[in-house]
Design a protein around this ligand. Structure first.
Ligand SMILES: Cc1cc2nc3c(=O)[nH]c(=O)nc-3n(C[C@H](O)[C@H](O)[C@H](O)COP(=O)(O)OP(=O)(O)OC[C@H]3O[C@@H](n4cnc5c(N)ncnc54)[C@H](O)[C@@H]3O)c2cc1C
Length: 387
């Protein structure tokens, strides 16, 4: 990929078949699919590739165990299939992750799960052993035909405390199952982008390239020089995640509000005691408010997250002090004797989950499934597919 060649090509030939806006994992994936099918496609990303949500994730490549209780079975089945594909196709970034759920109750969550299924409540609640057992049995069932990793196992209190001596002694059981993790998600995205441009001469990608409307056409602004290049596309794909509504506005697409993004923040801490306490497992636990949190050995440090807060402007998100406090408090719930000092926090990051607009008062209950919306062409603006 040579930036000046790409810019010169756009100056000479502004007519293209498809313009993909957004160079996160979704924009890159659709760009690659189109490129491999020989479509004349340009991808424009206003910052660095994979610098939005695609760099801010919890690094889990998972089926979404907790989506089962929202009834999102199709999503979980599909995500498990994709997880297993990534384990096979990208073993240099994606690896199995033993994941342990500490359990403090036997029956908790059963009644709540049932009433939620009937639509009588959406409030998150603590999940007990039976609810977790049911979820994990379904997880195993969905992957039975292509078993890549061990099935789940339960441990009693004594065995759990032997394996994780620092865990909250109020524990009753633990459940261990396998998911996967991605070490460097942004590099995975970049590899897919390079694969697309190397395989197809008609696939061109530009970063530091902001797409907006000039009134009667679309333009890509090279934000490094300020040069504005008009482009005429037959189809626009708006893959700007948490920015989808802002992008529709910027390009003049007459669309309803689609997004209700929530911010999630994480900490990376350098604390050897905590790292050792995890015993190589991700600990996937519920905070006292019923929210799922994770603790995870990550490249010699520990990744802890996350929060889930509604936001309007994805350009302004960062991990705030109160989020940092929330994350550290949640840690105290699962490993009460381990203290993380302020100077052991080596990195904080935040991103916006691209979730559909929702009135739900509990952000964790907003559906996680993908959606695509088609906005008809109007005037000089081509049809826009938002995804
Ligand atoms: C806290 C958190 C934890 C998560 N954990 C996980 C997890 O563990 N596992 C998992 O699978 N998923 C997880 N996710 C979800 C996952 O990160 C997202 O689903 C995914 O990254 C979305 O990718 P995207 O390409 O749609 O959006 P993004 O990666 O946000 O990409 C959108 C891009 O559009 C660009 N853009 C915006 N406007 C314009 C414009 N006008 N012109 C050009 N470019 C523009 C932005 O700069 C941005 O790079 C998590 C998300 C968050 C925030």
């Amino acid at each position: 990929m040579n930036r000046s060649h790409t810019l010169a090509g756009l100056r000479d030939r502004p007519d293209i078949a498809v313009l993909v806006i957004g160079g996160g994992i979704n924009g890159i994936s659709v760009f690659r699919e189109l490129a491999l099918q020989g479509v004349d496609v340009v991808l424009a990303e206003k910052g660095d590739y994979c610098s939005g949500a695609s760099a801010a994730l919890s690094r889990m490549v998972h089926g979404g165990l907790r989506y089962l209780e929202n009834g999102e079975f199709k999503l979980v089945r599909e995500s498990l299939l994709e997880r297993d594909r990534l384990l096979r196709n990208a073993p240099h970034y994606v690896a199995p992750l033993p994941t342990t759920v500490p359990i403090f109750d036997i029956f908790s969550g059963l009644a709540n799960g049932a009433v939620r299924f009937l639509g009588l409540t959406r409030r998150p609640s603590r999940r007990g052993a039976l609810v977790i057992k049911t979820g994990l049995a379904m997880y195993d069932l969905f992957t039975a035909a292509r078993r890549l990793m061990p099935t789940h196992r339960f441990r009693g209190r004594a065995e759990t405390l032997r394996k994780w001596p620092a865990i909250n002694p109020a524990i009753r059981n633990s459940a261990t199952y396998y998911d996967a993790w991605v070490s460097r998600p942004e590099r995975l995205g970049l590899e897919m982008l390079l694969d697309a441009t190397a395989s197809a001469a008609n696939a061109r990608a530009l970063n530091y390239a902001l797409v907006s409307s000039t009134g009667d056409s679309l333009a890509i602004t090279d934000t490094l020089t300020g040069e504005q290049l008009p482009v005429r596309a037959q189809l626009v794909i708006n893959a700007t995640g948490g920015w989808i509504d802002l992008t529709n506005k910027a390009i003049g697409a007459a669309a309803q509000t689609m997004m209700g993004g929530t911010k999630g923040s994480h900490l990376i801490v350098d604390n050897a005691e905590l790292f050792d306490a995890l015993g190589g497992h991700m600990v996937y636990y519920e905070n006292e408010d019923g929210r799922i949190c994770i603790l995870f050995p990550y490249l010699g440090k520990v990744l802890i997250g996350s929060t889930d807060i509604r936001v309007d402007d994805p350009d302004k998100v960062r991990c705030e002090e109160d989020e940092q406090r929330y994350i550290l408090q949640s840690l105290a719930f699962v490993f009460p004797s381990i203290k993380v000092a302020e100077n052991q926090i080596v990195f904080r990051f935040a991103g916006v989950r691209p979730l559909p607009a929702s009135e739900d008062s509990f952000t964790s209950r907003i559906p996680r499934d993908h959606f695509c919306e088609f906005v008809e062409a109007s005037g000089r603006l081509p049809a826009t597919l938002c995804m």
